[in-house]
Design a protein around this ligand. Structure first.
Ligand code: CTP
Ligand code: ZN
Length: 155
């Protein structure tokens, strides 16, 4: 069919295309990058076909470029995400995300007794494993693994 040759989500002139997001993580990425508050043209695609991920999501943000630490914040939910920097319709650069050594906010400590679950203080973790995602709480030392990972809503 003719339509199949078209891009599923239209191209942008300048900005950032975040590709290879697992389908289930689209709205978490939106949350982590606070794109709900973004005033630029924003295009979201979800449940798109992907050879790599089965089903993927994509985010296109016009006229917006992200700092390394912002990009790396999404590694928890989209470890294979690629940031494509677009200038005048061309892909100028591709950046892979990398889980940082410490994570402030974003995730919830799985220890119900942890002070961060009772006081209004941001969570803080040391990343003890980047491969399997193991986060050690800096307040209670408890490890939160991928299976128990809950992403907090941003303020
Ligand atoms: N893209 C876009 N607007 C442009 C250029 C590219 O929205 N002006 C999008 C493409 O649709 C694609 C992503 O940016 O989703 C990366 O583009 P490109 O590198 O051309 O695609 P691929 O080679 O498929 O990327 P990869 O190998 O990283 O999967
Ligand atoms: Zn804790």
């Amino acid at each position: 069919m003719k339509e199949e040759k078209h891009l599923k989500v239209s191209a942008i002139k300048n900005g950032t295309v975040i590709d290879h997001i697992p389908a289930g993580s689209l709205f978490k990425v939106v949350e982590i990058l606070a794109l709900n508050r973004c005033k630029s043209q924003l295009t979201l695609g979800n449940n798109l076909e992907s050879k790599l991920l089965g089903a993927k999501a994509i985010i296109k943000v016009a006229d917006r470029f992200f700092a390394d630490d912002e990009m790396n914040r999404i590694a928890l939910v989209a470890p294979q995400a690629k940031f494509n920097i677009i200038k005048d319709y061309e892909v100028m650069e591709k950046r892979m995300v990398e889980l940082p050594d410490t994570i402030v906010g974003i995730a919830k400590c799985m220890n119900p007794m942890c002070v961060t679950n009772h006081q209004p203080i941001p969570t803080k973790f040391s990343v003890v494993s980047k491969k399997d995602v193991l986060l050690q709480c800096c307040y209670c030392d408890k490890i939160t693994d991928q299976e128990h990972l809950i992403i907090l809503k941003s303020g």
